[in-house]
Design a protein. Structure first.
Length: 95
């Protein structure tokens, strides 16, 4: 990541030295070489985990339903750090 940032900063430094009066400004910096596009490409290997969590149902209209894991929630005392409280509510002093 640092090498990519370094190369982008060198690119910007080189561009700043050129006359760009009639050139539209860049909207983003990205590697548009063949190797850069290949590295940014998503393949089946990257998507295999997501595809493994899908279930195909139906004979004519194949519907994909994603298997969802239940959300983990922590049990914590919301009012535990409050300096003042009244019942189930925080008390905020106005100033």
């Amino acid at each position: 990541m640092l090498s990519t940032l370094s190369s982008q900063l060198h690119f910007v430094k080189d561009i700043q030295q050129m006359d760009t009066t009639s050139v539209e400004p860049l909207r983003s910096l990205r590697d548009e070489t063949k190797q850069g596009e290949k590295e940014a490409e998503l393949g089946l290997d990257a998507l295999s985990v997501a595809l493994d969590n899908e279930e195909i149902r139906g004979k004519w209209h194949r519907r994909i339903r994603r298997q969802r894991e239940p959300a983990e929630s922590q049990q914590w005392d919301v009012l535990g750090c409050a300096s003042k409280k009244m019942g189930r509510y925080f008390v905020v002093e106005g100033g």
